[in-house]
Design a protein around this ligand. Structure first.
Ligand code: ZN
Length: 134
C-alpha cells in the first residue's frame, strides 16, 4: 500500500511566474505592478492586462486583505484535500488593491472578514499562499 499522502498539483514556474514562486520559498507574497498605469497585475503576465504596458515590476505585498467572496466545499476537489473538508475557496481583496483566489481552512470565513496570508509548504521548497482570519 502506498503510504505517501496525495499532494496538491501545482503549476511549474514559467519564465514569467518564476519570480512569484521564488518569493514563496521565503514566504513572501509578491505581485507585478505596472509602471505605466500603476495597477497591480494578478496572475503573473508578460504585459499589463489593464493598459497593455510592458513595464512590469515585482513588489512585495502585506498579505493582508478582506474576504470578498466565499464558497464552502464539503466534498474535496482533490484527494489531497480529503482530510481538510469542509474548506473555503475565497476571493481576497488585498489591501494593496488586487484580488486573489485562495483557500481558508479550519472554518469558513464570512464576507468582509479581515485575513492575512499564511503558507502551505510544497515538497520542493515552494509554498502556496493560503489565508487565515486575523
Ligand atoms: Zn498598466
Amino acid at each position: 500500500m502506498n503510504e505517501q499522502s496525495p499532494t496538491i498539483p501545482v503549476p511549474e514556474p514559467s519564465a514569467v511566474s518564476a519570480p512569484f514562486w521564488n518569493a514563496t520559498r521565503e514566504r513572501r507574497l509578491t505581485m507585478q505592478r505596472c509602471g505605466d498605469c500603476t495597477r497591480l497585475v494578478w496572475y503573473p503576465r508578460p504585459f499589463c492586462p489593464h493598459c497593455g504596458g510592458w513595464n512590469l515590476r515585482w513588489e512585495q505585498l502585506s498579505g493582508h486583505g478582506l474576504i470578498h467572496a466565499v464558497s464552502v466545499h464539503h466534498r474535496p476537489a482533490l484527494p489531497a484535500l480529503a482530510e481538510r473538508v469542509p474548506y473555503a475557496v475565497v476571493l481576497v481583496d488585498l489591501d494593496e488593491g488586487a484580488r486573489i483566489m485562495s483557500n481558508v481552512f479550519g472554518g469558513a470565513p464570512s464576507i468582509g472578514d479581515p485575513v492575512t496570508v499564511t503558507w502551505s509548504a510544497l515538497p520542493d521548497g515552494r509554498h502556496l499562499p493560503i489565508f487565515e482570519r486575523r
